[in-house]
Design a protein around this ligand. Structure first.
Ligand code: TNX
Length: 517
């Protein structure tokens, strides 16, 4: 008999996606993986009776609580009523600062989801924020949609579990090159949001390069009125006013992301050189450049005005950035002698410190005399590891693992491939502790995913190269090495698809992943 003639329908096996969405989640869709996690039987059900209690007046804690309430409202249509702190726990989700949790560190948290209640505690507001991001990944993906209107509340469940979690590294960074192509304040804020969702806490902005200068400097207005006007390919550029930049810094701080400003010196400076003739040794301003050559430009290291300029720039940016860092670049200088380069970097280091900041530089600066607080950002896979191992402090961005502007494979339309093709697995499977043999364990501050924008015209392009690899780097930075496993990560990253889709992230559907629907 033909199947279509059957009188009684055969019971159908549930669709795999449907089982994944039930309260008995097969794979917990958590990225990065928590440091410790036990699953228990059952689930907490969010109903119209569920309450939210917040035992702190701290503004950041209140913000985390509002974020959680909003995520719940969007996914369930339920507005959590607030309960007095310390009230009976039944049916309550509670957020509490607790000094007893100091052993979890400055960013750790403990989350207990039981059938009767949900309890999130941490010693710090940052810890509570990360705990909320974990709950967020356990809520239905529809929590990420704005403006969904429900006719009726739909209860949602959170799987019972116990998590104690803290990051492996303090530096969990991403770099965005806003110089080669300019990205608006709103674009950068969106990137900050996506970083915070994955518990990353540094956004390094590459604010100046040959093709554009992107931050207003009041004492040198031509940097932006001239040097900010275009970008790679000659399309219109742009820049952040100081007020916009300050707004961005505080937007990021609200999400526990520190903005790390970079002005690349002494090379990668054609935008500055073409705006001010006096910065050139011959006193002649070169033309603006729209191509992607590197290594040809340098400030005039023998002129006093160069150091006045640097002092002004560092001073104004330092005043806008509460974070302790100033990134001075230092990469790919092909027109100076090693002696000139060394002297220049050491002088810049003094200027940066005079403005109260720690200097960061690309790994070429490892050849200079560095202060104990200075940080080397390792990027060249073939750089002399012995020299880099002596760096006082290190951030790891090995270009064959963490340069997410590299293509995934030969078919990838966007991106470059000078360092490597980087499929998701290669971005995931490496150990920061063993990358630089001889480096002191406590010298490694953490890792950073760098996204250079020569080939990236808009956020669609940015997201395509960043996701899913940014999630891999987030886990490299957060989760204990011994708990990380490629197959386990594959399943959890595949489970992010509904959330990323809800957020409108243009992620690359890496063929080696089974993407959940
Ligand atoms: C190398 S990384 C550069 C950048 C390019 C990038 C492209 C570094 C410190 N310098 O100028 O944009 O490669 O992948």
């Amino acid at each position: 008999m033909a199947a279509g003639c059957a009188r009684t329908p055969k019971p159908q096996a549930p669709h795999p996606a449907a089982t994944a969405k039930s309260s008995a989640l097969r794979v917990l869709p958590l990225v990065p993986l928590p440091a410790s996690l036990e699953r228990h039987d059952g689930a907490f059900t969010i109903t119209p009776k569920t309450t939210l209690s917040v035992a702190s007046q701290d503004a950041a804690v209140q913000r985390s609580a509002r974020q959680l309430a909003e995520l719940v409202r969007r996914s369930t249509g339920i507005t959590l009523a607030s309960a007095p702190p310390g009230a009976a726990a039944d049916g309550a989700i509670s957020l509490r600062l607790d000094d007893q949790q100091k052993s979890l560190g400055a960013e750790g948290y403990e989350l207990t989801i039981a059938p009767q209640s949900v309890s999130l505690t941490a010693a710090t507001p940052a810890g509570l924020f990360y705990g909320v991001q974990t709950i967020r990944q356990l809520l239905p993906a529809s929590s990420e949609y704005e403006a969904v209107l429900f006719q009726e509340p739909r209860p949602a469940t959170l799987p019972a579990l116990h998590i104690r979690d803290w990051p492996r590294f303090a530096w969990r960074g991403a770099m965005l090159d806003v110089a080669r192509h300019f990205f608006s304040v709103e674009d950068v804020e969106r990137y900050v949001d996506l970083l915070a969702l994955h518990k990353m806490n540094r956004l390094h902005l590459h604010l100046a390069d040959d093709q554009g200068w992107r931050i207003e400097i009041k004492k040198w207005p031509g940097l932006t009125t001239k040097g900010g006007q275009s970008e790679v390919g000659g399309t219109p550029g742009g820049f952040y006013t100081q007020a916009q930049f300050a707004g961005l810094v505080s937007y990021a701080a609200d999400r526990f992301v520190t903005i790390v400003p970079e002005i690349d010196l002494p090379g990668h400076t054609n935008a500055a050189l073409s705006s001010y003739p006096e910065l050139n040794c011959n006193g002649v301003a070169p033309s603006p450049r729209f191509d992607t050559e590197v290594g040809y430009s340098s400030l005039c290291v023998d002129k006093d005005v160069t150091y006045t300029f640097i002092d002004d720039v560092v001073g104004e940016i330092a005043a806008l950035t509460p974070g302790p860092y100033f990134h001075a670049g230092g990469d790919e200088v092909k027109t100076l002698t090693p002696e000139q380069y060394k002297k220049f970097i050491e002088r810049v280091q003094t200027i940066v410190q005079a403005h109260g900041k720690q200097m960061i530089g690309w790994d070429e600066i490892a050849a200079t005399s560095l202060h104990l607080s200075s940080i080397v950002q390792h990027w060249r896979p073939d750089a002399a590891k012995s020299e880099i191992s002596r760096a006082p402090k290190l951030i790891l961005s090995p270009a064959d693992r963490a340069y997410i502007d590299m293509k995934y494979d030969d078919e990838t339309a966007l991106g470059l491939k000078w360092a490597a093709l980087i499929p998701l697995k290669n971005a995931y499977e490496w150990n920061p502790a063993t990358l630089v043999p001889g480096a002191a364990a406590d010298a490694v501050l953490g890792v950073e995913a760098a996204l250079w924008s020569e080939t990236l015209a808009n956020m669609r392009d940015v997201e395509f190269l960043a996701f899913p690899r940014l999630a891999a780097i987030a886990e490299v930075a957060w989760s204990p090495q011994e708990r990380r496993d490629w197959d386990d990560f594959r399943a959890r990253v595949g489970a992010q698809a509904p959330r990323w889709t809800a957020l409108g992230v243009n992620f690359f559907r890496a063929p080696e992943i089974e993407w959940a629907r």
